[in-house]
Design a binder for this molecule. Structure first.
Ligand SMILES: Cc1ncc(COP(=O)(O)O)c(C=O)c1O
Length: 382
């Protein structure tokens, strides 16, 4: 058998490719902000897309049976979660799914529970729908940030309808354990809530011995109250193709979601379906190699940051994002400070904690090392 080699070290200049990530700053700043990796996506995806383009006609599409079978097989193989094909709803992005869920399942009389810090569109989606929010701050236990169910149980007002989960959790990198999800389910059942679980980072588990557990896979109760959002976009670097799925086992919830989607969420994007099918069917070998590469980056980042004064971080179990505590820097806007030294990071303020910055380490080892030197220099100037 031919050994497949993927070159994650290869730098691909993205500044002239209309890349959002690479056009935010001037060329003297290394962009390590938005969750978009710098690796060429798996060759199998590029091949499948080229073949489809060569057909020459790009008219309206339907979902191929292959795609739903691949999703069903993948969820069974990876998580022992058995789903039915009709539970899958195709959407044009996980953020669309967050917005649709909030609008479909709450009214302006309801509150949405949001653990923070969190990926900002969770907050924006609630604002856009004009729903009130109940924030619950993640707590740090045994070097992990987790949801504090004790706090939640004490801060319920009665109008809550929906709890938003992010598993693995962007930006803190927690992959929730079985008993943690069970605790959340207990809380959800007690107050008769719906759960929206964004699992876009589920393939990106970096820590040995950890296994992603879809919230809905816990048991029938979890299935019946949940909307699970998944996508190959982060794991295979195809975010620009806007493909995601919502898995909704409960028929009533599914019908409501579909009703809100009608006429607003666009029809199937035929190229994104080809990419998703190829990623989930043939991209596993590439994914494994990418995880190996990301692990090296995570460890480099973790040790370099914790060696420096004023800043620190926990080791993310999943995702390619580092959540760096800058509170000891005593600076109002740490992201802006680092920008002056040539590193473009996400400000923690948007995620719900202004003392932090988020560092996207899905870049080549060379770029990471260069960025870490700049961080060290910036800290030395304090
Ligand atoms: C937790 C989470 N959800 C959703 C998204 C974006 O999903 P999409 O591009 O499919 O809307 C991201 C991107 O960074 C993310 O980290």
């Amino acid at each position: 058998m031919i050994k497949k080699i993927y070159n994650f070290d290869k730098f691909i200049d993205r500044s002239n490719s209309d890349s959002l990530k690479w056009n935010k700053y001037n060329k003297n700043i290394i962009p390590l902000w938005i969750a978009d990796s710098d690796f060429s996506c798996p060759p199998c995806i590029l091949k499948a897309l080229k073949e489809r383009i060569n057909h020459g006609i790009l008219g309206y599409g339907i979902i191929s049976k292959n795609l739903s079978n691949i999703i069903i097989e993948r969820l069974w193989k990876n998580y022992k979660w058995k789903i039915n094909p009709e539970w899958i709803i195709y959407i044009s992005g996980v953020v669309s799914g967050l917005n649709l869920t909030i609008r479909a399942f709450t009214t302006n009389k309801n509150s949405v529970i949001i653990p923070i810090p969190i990926y900002p569109p969770f907050i924006y989606a609630t604002n856009l729908a004009q729903r009130s929010k109940i924030y619950t701050k993640l707590i740090q236990i045994n070097n992990r940030f987790i949801i504090d169910c004790n706090y939640l149980n004490k801060h319920i007002y009665g109008n809550e309808k929906l709890i938003m989960l992010c598993n693995p959790h962007n930006p803190v990198g927690t992959s929730y354990k079985y008993y943690e999800l069970e605790k959340i389910l207990e809380f959800v059942k007690k107050y008769n809530l719906i759960v929206c679980s964004d699992e876009i980072h589920c393939d990106l588990i970096l820590e040995k011995g950890i296994q992603h557990i879809p919230f809905a896979s816990l048991n029938n109760d979890a299935e019946q109250c949940s909307i699970t959002l998944m996508s190959p976009s982060k794991s295979f670097n195809i975010s620009g193709l806007n493909f995601a799925i919502a898995i909704i086992p409960n028929k009533k919830l599914r019908d409501t979601f579909n009703l809100f989607k009608q006429g607003i969420s666009p029809n199937i994007d035929i190229l994104s379906c080809i990419a998703a099918e190829s990623a989930w069917k043939n991209g596993n070998d590439w994914l494994k190699k990418q995880i190996k590469y990301l692990k090296i980056n995570r460890d480099l980042l973790f040790y370099a940051i914790n060696k420096l004064p004023y800043i620190s971080m926990l080791k993310p179990e999943a995702t390619y994002l580092g959540w760096i505590n800058c509170s000891k820097m005593n600076i109002l806007n740490p992201a802006l400070y680092f920008e002056k030294y040539g590193i473009g990071l996400s400000s923690g303020k948007d995620f719900g904690d202004a003392n932090f910055i988020r560092f996207n380490f899905a870049c080549t080892h060379d770029i990471l090392k260069k960025a870490l030197k700049r961080i060290e220099h910036a800290i030395n100037q304090l």
